[in-house]
Design a protein around this ligand. Structure first.
Ligand SMILES: [Zn+2]
Length: 301
């Protein structure tokens, strides 16, 4: 799954090449790419044609493009679901179609077109309504399906202290809280493990017993690791090709703990441990990240 930095690379590509352009036609080449749209391909086309793409935005791993109607008023948004392997490409019209091209958007300027390419077809495009979720800092329109998603640490309006407070009020474990997209968005399984390792905190740490400095430490670590991944992703970004790596991608070489089972911890040399976490894995250092006392004792049968 692409994580926040990969999604941000796609967002920047759209922002650089597709904004200010008005949709002339929408061609859906595979029905699965519009399966989230109740009225299918016809509805997607109906809600996009004649609309101008005005802003490419992201909250956590959610990516969307704001639309302006012919009258100049906001007119909803188009959500881009990258799924496992989705890519948004800005391509010259004369370039041959990609094998896994699913949706083609042409603009009225006749220049390059926007192509949604998706080998595994878990992704797609959906035109949706927006809702104003202003929280005191001025009006803010969000697509309805994104309205409940918290700000991510890269958002200029992200409030670190408020997020730490929200974690401490929860009755859960730290990694579960980090993955809960309604408090802080954009932290996926890989970056949660990296942030916990940097902050030297265990994934099973009860959030109710998290101190404020520890809360700040883990969120600051998450911000840093995502920022570094973003910098790494930005380097492989080429003008016309909006690139997304479906798996762990180009940042993989920079990961300190994720995927490094039995390899030495980069801080203390202890072998990294992998344990199961829901249907995925957690990677951690048993020396740097102490298991919370309560979960060391097994409940009696
Ligand atoms: Zn260690």
């Amino acid at each position: 799954m692409p994580e926040l930095p990969e999604v941000e690379v796609v967002r920047r590509g759209v922002a650089d090449h597709a904004l200010g352009r008005t949709v002339a036609s929408v061609e859906v080449l595979h029905p699965r790419a519009v399966r989230r749209q109740p009225g299918g391909a016809a509805e997607l086309a109906d809600r996009l044609i004649g609309r101008t793409l005005v802003a490419a935005r992201r909250r956590g791993k959610f990516l969307w493009v704001d639309l302006l109607g012919p009258d100049g008023d906001p007119d909803g948004a188009v959500l881009v679901h990258l799924g496992m392997s989705g890519q948004l490409l800005v391509q010259p019209a004369e370039r041959p179609d990609e094998t896994h091209l699913r949706v083609r958007v042409r603009f009225d300027d006749g220049r390059s077109e926007l192509r949604f390419v998706d080998q595994r077809t878990f992704g797609g495009l959906t035109a949706v309504d927006t809702v104003d979720v202003s929280d005191g800092g001025g009006p803010e329109l969000l697509p309805t399906p994104v309205a409940h998603i918290g700000r991510d640490p890269l958002d200029p309006r992200f409030d670190l202290e408020a997020a730490v407070g929200a974690y401490r009020r929860r009755r859960t474990e730290l990694k579960r809280a980090l993955l809960d997209q309604t408090v802080v968005s954009g932290i996926g399984n890989i970056y949660a493990d990296e942030a916990l390792w940097r902050a030297q905190l265990h994934s099973l740490r009860p959030t109710a017993r998290l101190t404020r400095p520890e809360g700040r430490r883990v969120l600051t670590a998450a911000l840093e690791v995502m920022g570094e991944a973003l910098a790494a992703g930005g380097t492989s970004f080429d003008a016309l090709y909006v690139d997304v790596h479906g798996e762990s991608g180009y940042f993989e070489r920079s990961l300190a703990v994720y995927g490094r089972e039995d390899e030495p911890c980069l801080r203390c040399g202890t072998a990294i441990v992998r344990s199961s976490f829901t249907n995925r894995s957690s990677y951690w250092c048993p020396t740097c990240q102490k298991v919370p006392r309560k979960s060391r004792t097994r409940p009696r049968p």
